[in-house]
Write a protein that binds this ligand. Structure first.
Ligand SMILES: [Zn+2]
Length: 107
């Protein structure tokens, strides 16, 4: 999943991140730490590429216990509840800001 522009500063500098990523992939022996698929395996005509995930969704937390080498399928499944939560939050904020705008309009 691409990193949103507004979140880029939350991640370590690129060279540091590449070192962290390399360490986690090595720890996982280049296999997904959830399902065990090997990095670059072809499944259903798609290449499984491991990414290093922040399990608590906080990119500032680069402790080894918070990082896992995951395939796309496991990464998406892990992040799904967090995405749902943020999606609901965004919808709520949009509705709320709209209401707020109306109040401002009638002042
Ligand atoms: Zn997996």
């Amino acid at each position: 999943m691409p990193i949103k522009k507004e979140n880029r500063d939350r991640y370590p500098p690129r060279t540091e991140w590449l070192n962290i990523r390399s360490r986690i992939l090595k720890r996982a022996n280049h296999h997904c730490e959830f399902c065990g698929v090997k990095n670059y395996t072809i499944r259903k005509n798609a290449r499984m590429v491991l990414a290093v995930a922040h399990l608590d969704q906080k990119p500032e937390n680069n402790h080894s216990s918070n990082l896992a080498a995951l395939c796309q399928k496991c990464h998406l499944a892990h992040d799904q509840p967090f995405r749902m939560y943020h999606s609901r939050q965004t919808i709520f904020e949009r509705r709320h800001s709209h209401t707020h705008d109306l109040f401002e309009y009638f002042k």
